[in-house]
Design a protein around this ligand. Structure first.
Ligand SMILES: [Zn+2]
Length: 336
């Protein structure tokens, strides 16, 4: 049996057993390689080698763990009177150990919960380092995607983000989350409520937001990158991405955002994302109506100054922008 046929058959069988929509069960290995890389596109620089996490206190028992480069993964943890919840396990065992050490340096309370905000390796590959008694929680689509993925598959699709150095994945074991949720999940850590919400497809089909309803602090993972960024409609479906951002603003309305990548930001960035996505969708409609060719529409485009891009991220964001333009152009006739 050919490899391709075996894989197709596997997907069919998986489709029978997991009642989620097709793009929710798509493994990262597949959605990582859309047939489009516009001119100047750069893979996000995620190499964890030499990354240290800085603990920043955002409120009583509330900590962001910020990586010391412009775009490598951030994380965080919340401490209640009884237990600790960690947001994302980072890239590999070494990074997860850094997170555990920073928690242990803060409190002796048990790490009862770990949330995976999506199914990418840079958010889940440290799972296996956490104690067995730590319950790992994730959106159902994240679990479905991980179930049909392998460390090798995810690592290969992420090779460009780590300068081709696959040794960063050495020792990683895929640990599937223990508990799934459909729309939202919430827990009381002892005087500290933490919610996790899936608001719809965004950068990936599975992006989840960790939210403290009292403090209105959110960890937005890949859904909203940090200060001075624009979104990346990596998985397509740009109209839905906009709806998801609108839901983030109207349902949760966070005032402080710890992004999965980039610097801490505020609700102003959510508003910029919303208007940016509207603008891109509208521009693509006009370009298509005027019969502008896709390449001339996307591949030399620059980002308008009103989106206030961080100069350090300009090259990366320009690639995201061109990608978004291509996606929006391709979807301009549809109402996805
Ligand atoms: Zn990420």
């Amino acid at each position: 049996m050919s490899k391709f046929f075996a894989r197709s058959l596997l997907f069919c069988l998986i489709g029978l057993y997991f009642p989620a929509t097709a793009d929710q069960v798509m493994p990262n290995a597949v959605i990582a390689n859309p047939p489009m890389r516009p001119a100047g596109f750069l893979p996000p620089p995620l190499n964890p080698t030499g990354i240290t996490l800085e603990r920043r206190k955002l409120g009583e028992g509330i900590y962001a763990l910020m990586s010391n480069t412009d775009f490598a993964d951030n994380s965080g943890f919340v401490v209640g009177e009884e237990a600790v919840l960690v947001i994302d396990s980072h890239f590999n065992g070494d990074m997860a150990q850094q997170i555990i050490d920073l928690v242990r340096d803060t409190t002796a309370l048990p790490i009862k919960y770990l949330v995976n905000t999506n199914a990418f390796g840079d958010h889940t590959f440290g799972n296996y380092i956490f104690p067995q008694e730590t319950k790992i929680v994730a959106f159902r689509g994240t679990i479905d995607a991980l179930r049909i993925s392998t460390v090798e598959g995810i690592a290969n699709t992420m090779a460009r983000t780590v300068d081709g150095d696959l040794s960063v994945f050495d020792g990683v074991e895929l640990r599937i989350p223990d508990q799934g949720f459909e729309q939202s999940w919430s827990v009381d850590l002892g005087g500290k409520i933490v919610q996790v919400h899936w608001l719809g497809t965004g950068m990936s089909p599975n992006d989840s937001v960790v939210f403290l309803p009292k403090e209105r602090i959110a960890w937005t993972a890949n859904l909203v990158f940090g200060e001075g960024s624009i979104p990346w409609a990596r998985s397509g479906n740009i109209n839905q991405y906009k709806k998801t951002i609108t839901a983030l603003r109207s349902k949760l309305d966070p005032v402080l955002i710890v992004p999965g990548h980039g610097e801490i930001t505020s609700n102003e960035r959510v508003e910029i994302y919303e208007s940016y996505l509207s603008d891109v969708i509208e521009l693509a409609k006009q370009a298509k109506a005027n019969e502008v060719a896709i390449i001339s529409f996307s591949d030399s485009a620059e980002i308008d100054a009103r989106y206030k891009i961080n100069p350090n991220l300009m090259a990366l964001m320009t690639g995201f922008h061109r990608w978004n333009l291509r996606v929006a152009y391709g979807e301009a006739d549809t109402d996805r």
